[in-house]
Design a protein around this ligand. Structure first.
Ligand code: ADP
Length: 463
């Protein structure tokens, strides 16, 4: 098997939990399983705080607060001695940081040479090596200056040169262009790309900036400590990686399936394949129903949730929400087509309007340490209830008699105050008019009941 076909970095259920077991418990990373192959260019992408740096630090062995496994070059990091870890940091990986992390009292030349000094390389040899790098990155003339005399772009080029001086196979870059103007940023990104393409460095870069995603072979999108999406830039992938991964993926699906079967076999010894199949049917039907009912993938749904959550928090207005729903996934949107985005935005906005209507009349008070919410009597909330009722009925083009309207409005009020629970409300709407109900058919009663529950949920705790 060619050497490049084995992952150079692999994580198995890598998690990082801070303050475990306390009320402040926080999962900065949760069960990360990734495999990165030699010569790949990988980007960890996501909003600030989603765990990108934690993941990078986990891979580099800088984050010690981990569970699960990190395997680099076939060796598990937690199994290495202190000396081996130091070796790994000196010459296994090169690290590039947003703040450059240069030593301001040392010259540019010495900053770059530092990792060589740690390796015990003699002065002549290391100076020669550093000069080649300085020349290559166009900063040879600055060799004797101190870093703060240089521009940001130049300082970052020193950072890159330093990461390379011991010739590591892996480069890790944490927001390397976060502090740079756009011209310097492109310059540094081009240098990094060349190191990957021309020198075969495995490059892992962290960024929250979508502008540079197209450079990478693969992008892992992160959210709340998890990888929620992986995008493969097929044209850019090294061929042997694609081939090998196809085999890997197949194996792992088979493994998963056979695991499931094995659990069943162990739990129910002596089952025939047919009986086993019977046991698997609930699982299979669940997957099938999900597939049939939801046209969206899990990560698309979670992106939509984020967009809606911004709207509920008041961080965006209706039009911004619609634009984001419509925007391409790779540009931070939900990737819906514009008609669907419009439709969903309308539904959500309609709910928010209805919620606002009843919220205005809600009385919130604290009693015995608990927040209680209730409503004034019917007469003072009458016009809001009427508007709510019209909001339910008008779009259905239904004409109701005055007495049906009265019964429906009274049921709405009773549901708001909690005098009717969900089932009783549904029943009041569904019951025939002659028996004291509103007299809707089942489907209408169910639709209004579900809408009403959604409003109650949205109203709850909202200001
Ligand atoms: P990113 O690089 O995506 O901006 P980080 O990996 O730096 O995110 O951080 C992930 C989350 O972990 C953040 O919410 C951060 O506040 C939290 N975090 C980082 N270090 C600690 C710590 N020592 N204790 C508690 N939370 C932490």
């Amino acid at each position: 098997m060619p050497q490049s076909s084995q992952p150079i970095i692999k994580t198995e259920n890598l998690s990082v939990v801070y303050n475990k077991g306390t009320t402040n418990e926080f999962w900065a990373l949760r069960d990360i399983n990734i495999a990165i192959y030699p010569k790949e260019y990988i980007i960890f992408f996501g909003p600030s705080g989603c765990g990108k740096s934690t993941l990078l630090n986990g891979i580099s062995g800088l984050e010690t607060n981990i569970s699960g496994k990190v395997i680099v070059g076939g060796k598990e990091l937690s199994g290495l001695s202190e000396d081996e870890i130091s070796d790994f940091h000196r010459s296994g990986v090169g690290m590039i940081f947003q703040q450059y992390n240069l030593i301001s009292s040392l010259s540019v030349l010495d900053n770059i040479a530092l990792p060589q000094i740690f390796l015990g390389v003699g002065k002549k040899e290391r100076t020669q090596k550093v000069k080649i790098l300085l020349e290559r990155f166009g900063i040879l003339e600055q060799a004797q200056k101190i870093p703060t005399e240089l521009s940001g772009g130049q300082q970052q080029r020193i950072g890159v040169a330093r990461s390379l001086v011991n010739d590591p196979k892996i480069l890790l870059a944490d927001e390397p262009i976060g502090n740079l103007d756009s011209v310097s940023a492109v310059n540094v990104m081009d240098i990094l790309r060349k190191l990957n393409v021309e020198e075969g460095k495995t490059l892992i870069l962290v960024t929250h900036n979508p502008e540079y995603l197209f450079y990478a072979n693969r992008i892992f999108y992160m959210k709340d400590g998890e990888i929620v999406r992986e995008v493969v830039n097929k044209e850019l992938r090294p061929k042997e990686v694609v081939k090998e991964e196809a085999v890997e993926k197949k194996e792992s699906t088979e493994e998963k399936l056979s695991k499931e079967f094995q659990v069943l076999l162990r739990s129910f010894p002596g089952l025939s394949p047919m009986q086993l199949n019977m046991l698997l049917i609930p699982f299979k039907s669940k997957m099938l129903v999900n597939y049939v009912l939801s046209p969206y993938e899990v990560d698309e749904i979670s992106r939509m949730e984020q967009i809606v959550s911004d709207r509920l928090n008041g961080r965006t207005d209706r039009d911004e929400m619609k634009t984001k729903l419509d925007r391409d996934y790779s540009k931070g949107g939900a990737g819906l087509n514009s008609r669907t985005a419009e439709r969903i935005a309308n539904i959500i906005e309609d709910f928010l309007n209805k919620t606002k209507l009843v919220n205005e009349k809600k009385i919130t008070r604290e009693s015995g340490g608990k927040i209680k919410e209730n409503y004034p009597d019917f007469s003072s909330i009458w016009s809001q209830i009427t508007e709510l009722r019209r909001g339910f009925i008008d779009p259905m083009h239904k004409i109701l008699s005055d007495r049906q309207i009265m019964r429906l409005e009274s049921a709405i009020y009773s549901r708001l105050t909690g005098d009717l629970n969900k089932d009783a409300f549904n029943e009041a709407l569904d019951r025939s008019f002659s028996k004291g109900g509103v007299g809707f058919n089942k489907a209408t009663a169910k639709k209004i009941t579900n809408d009403m529950e959604m409003i109650l949920l949205l109203v709850y705790g909202a200001k």
